[in-house]
Design a protein around this ligand. Structure first.
Ligand SMILES: NC(=O)c1ccc[n+]([C@@H]2O[C@H](COP(=O)([O-])OP(=O)(O)OC[C@H]3O[C@@H](n4cnc5c(N)ncnc54)[C@H](O)[C@@H]3O)[C@@H](O)[C@H]2O)c1
Ligand SMILES: [Fe+2]
Length: 405
């Protein structure tokens, strides 16, 4: 039987040093009145200045909102939509990390469809096309510049919520690695390891089975068209992240191309257990998304090993780190260590009694849990978290019941 494939992406992706200087030409095709969503810091720094210069040189009418907050609280989004409405833009530009790009997606959505944000939560809530969006990432990264999802924090929900829709895929992504030059080490490390987790999880998810099964899904599972991007991302990130941390231009470029490729892979395939487990971890410890995902990733890789031996061996090869699943796990742990990530949940203040409730919350996130190549229940999630609590991979039992083989 031939393989099944599905891939969704922006209409145009411009990548390379100096790409931001062409932003005006890209945006001018979409309209005259341009709203830029960013944060205070980036507005005053080189990315904000270069973005404004590029848009103004193209003769566009530009308004910049600098209201984005990290991790995107819902009130922050609502306030920005209200400010944006007064300007009546033709096109919305998201300039920044995942928080700013996700804010731009939600502003484009809020300006196009009336209704409270919670009406759009989940995978079926967005009623139709939104204002055209152009994403300009300054971290490498969440991949949000090419994905169909925006994530926000709602104080009425224990965990962060996602809005997923084909309509939220930016019209264009303009990816200039120079915009990441000078970013502080913790921003580089957390965003970079998140990208690696996107690539590895997208490559190892349950596979898309048939055209019929994928045609209407937002996240399809690994498939013939996402696999190439996932492995390319693993290779670029494993090769580039240490250089990016040292602020070397070649490492910055490889890391941005890697996070872009990872976004193309997971934006259709989806992610899985490392992401599900990070949601309750992030909510309790208030640690950034990338820190939690990167800390948990080796433990999740060890858990899925019995179901993903061939895939994890290919990850090891792509990382240039051997050819066995254990080599892949070692290489990810070493990279996370070199990037300065904590190696245990204890180190970020998690108490043993928090493990069971976090495990229960994580397995409730069905859209991510169903992607795990080795099925996991609350007991399995607890075992993963208990091993991560002490930073001890050997605690994870690798035997699988016959029914799962
Ligand atoms: N939509 C998606 O597909 C997707 C995927 C993964 C994560 N996310 C979301 O993205 C958010 C995290 O995004 P992030 O990791 O990019 O961080 P971020 O956008 O939250 O930014 C973190 C900090 O880094 C700063 N920063 C960004 N670029 C910089 C630069 N070039 N130089 C100096 N400082 C810079 C910002 O000003 C901010 O203070 C979370 O809300 C997460 O849930 C979204
Ligand atoms: Fe992520």
């Amino acid at each position: 039987m031939s393989e099944t494939g599905l891939l969704r992406a922006p209409r145009e992706i411009l990548f390379g040093a100096g790409a931001v200087d062409a932003l005006g030409r890209v945006v001018a095709r979409l309209g005259q009145r341009v709203l830029v969503c960013t944060d205070d810091y980036l507005a005053g720094a080189a990315p904000g200045r270069r973005t404004l210069a590029a848009l103004r040189t193209a003769g566009l009418d530009v308004h910049m909102l600098t209201t984005a907050f990290p991790e995107l609280p819902k009130a922050n989004v609502e306030e920005t939509i209200a400010l944006a409405r007064a300007y009546r833009p033709d096109v919305v530009v998201g300039l920044g990390g995942g928080s700013c790009i996700d804010l731009a997606k939600l502003v484009a959505l809020g300006l196009s469809h009336p209704g409270p944000l919670d009406a759009f939560y989940g995978e079926k809530g967005v009623p139709g096309p939104v204002l055209p969006l152009v994403a300009v990432p300054t971290t490498a990264g969440t991949g949000s510049e090419v994905t169909p999802v925006a994530v926000l924090g709602d104080p009425e929900r224990e965990l962060k919520v996602g809005i997923s829709s084909r309509e939220l895929i930016p019209w264009a992504a303009v990816c200039d690695p120079v915009l990441t030059h000078g970013a502080p080490p913790h921003v580089t490390a957390y965003a970079g390891i998140d990208a690696l987790a996107h690539a590895i999880e997208a490559y190892c998810t349950t596979r898309a089975q048939s055209v019929d099964a994928v045609a209407d899904r937002i996240f399809t599972g690994a498939n013939a068209l996402t696999d190439g991007f996932a492995l390319q991302a693993v290779e670029l990130l494993a090769g580039g992240l240490r250089g990016a941390l040292a602020d070397e231009p070649a490492g910055r470029a490889a890391t941005m191309q890697g996070s872009l490729a990872a976004g193309l892979a997971f934006g259709t395939a989806g992610t899985a257990a490392a992401h599900a487990l990070q949601y309750p971890l992030g909510a309790r410890t208030k640690t950034p998304h990338g820190l939690g995902v990167g800390l948990l990733l080796p433990f999740v890789m060890r858990f899925i090993m019995p179901a993903s031996e061939t895939r994890l061996a290919a990850v090891a090869t792509a990382m240039g780190a051997g050819d066995t699943p254990a080599d892949a796990i070692d290489a990810v742990r070493t990279l996370a260590h070199d990037l300065g990530l904590p190696s245990s949940l204890e180190a970020i203040g998690v108490q043993p009694e928090e493990i069971a409730p976090m495990a229960r919350q994580a397995v409730g996130i069905d859209r991510l849990i169903r992607n795990s190549p080795r099925p996991l229940d609350a007991g399995d999630a607890e075992a993963i978290l208990a091993a991560a609590l002490h930073g001890d991979l050997e605690r994870l039992d690798l035997t699988t019941p016959e029914t799962q083989r």
